[in-house]
Design a protein around this ligand. Structure first.
Ligand code: SF4
Length: 326
């Protein structure tokens, strides 16, 4: 992989939250690379740091959180060193973020069309009212909201959950971002609406030539639309692979555990195998490999030394002492 193909590279990222109970070491040395044009799935259990990592890309870590260390290179520029004014031009324009909960993302006091128009006006000067409104209607059409001319004048409470999420997507794509981060975009909708939203995202990605990072804990979604996958555990990426090899032959014991814990139509197993234990306390995380208290392969070195993410075959990276090769 050439670095010219990368749209985003995260290097050695650490994010801590300074709470009264202690320092929560939420992100612990994340390294990640996203290629231009691909759909990258970022997966892991709730609380593993997926959303925090993505918020760090946009420098939207709320207090008491802080990015302690690392680099976030977008199109060759380290976003963590940009002045806030420059960063504002990137947020929402070059990198857009679709949040989990569309109800919280939309203001109930303004029409949905007004909120999309506001996003456009925040990034563009000297645009006429009429042309903005025409663009809003066309954005509503592109995310398949029927009767767009009428719907732009309606308030968020007049939309179903799925339709609200489409309004949020319309806001996100209004400036034709190069990178779209979709953070659990289908969590709050039912399965049929989930399929429709994924279809909208896939269509947009193709027609607008965007790169997409899909943050999810749903491996079914990943199998459906992602090209490559990064698996996160307790603040670090533990495995990266193309989607086919990850499902065919997962390498990291945590990835294997995740896949064994979901039902499979072609397998004749009667019981699913849960991963024993729970995710660690990130104020006092276990030393060495953070997965070691739950791992049946753990040895002495796992308790002492954090394994590095290494490329063990072309395009396959794993952070586990089982694959040290020395
Ligand atoms: Fe298990 Fe050790 Fe690999 Fe961690 S490094 S996943 S504890 S074998």
């Amino acid at each position: 992989m050439s670095r010219r193909d990368e749209i985003l590279r995260i290097e050695d990222l650490y994010v801590h939250f300074y709470t009264y109970a202690g320092v929560v070491k939420a992100i612990d040395g994340v390294n990640m690379s996203v290629l231009r044009g691909e759909t990258y799935g970022l997966v892991g259990e709730t609380g593993c740091g997926k959303s925090v990592t993505m918020r760090a890309v946009l420098r939207l870590i709320p207090p008491p959180g802080r990015i302690v260390k690392g680099r976030v290179i977008f199109n060759g520029v380290n976003l963590l060193e940009l002045p806030e004014e420059e960063m504002r031009k990137i947020r929402g324009a070059k990198i857009a973020y679709i949040v989990q909960d569309p109800t919280a993302a939309l203001d109930p006091l303004y029409t949905s069309g007004f909120q999309v128009a506001e996003t456009i006006l925040a990034h563009e000067e000297n645009v006429g009212k009429k042309s903005v409104w025409e663009r809003v209607v066309s954005l509503f059409k592109s995310v398949l909201i029927p009767d767009a001319e009428r719907r732009v004048k309606q308030y968020p409470h007049e939309f179903s959950g799925g339709m609200r999420q489409r309004v949020v997507i319309a806001c996100a794509i209004s400036e034709k971002p190069e990178l779209l981060i979709a953070d659990e975009p289908t969590t709050s909708v039912d399965v049929t609406v989930q399929a429709q939203i994924l279809e909208v995202l896939e269509d947009l990605k193709k027609t607008q030539e965007m790169t997409m990072i899909l943050v999810t804990h749903n491996l079914g979604l990943v199998a459906q639309i992602c090209d490559r996958v990064g698996v996160m555990y307790a603040g670090s990426i533990v495995e990266v692979s193309d989607v086919f090899r990850l499902f065919e032959e997962p390498l990291h014991p945590y990835t294997r555990g995740l896949l064994n814990a979901i039902p499979h139509v072609t397998r004749t197993q009667f019981r699913l195998e849960p991963i024993p234990g729970t995710i660690p306390d990130l104020i006092n995380p276990p030393p060495g490999c953070r997965f070691h208290p739950r791992c049946k392969h753990a040895t002495g070195i796992c308790k002492r030394e954090k394994p590095k993410l290494r490329e063990i075959e072309p395009g396959r990276f794993v952070a586990c002492h089982l694959y040290r090769g020395d």
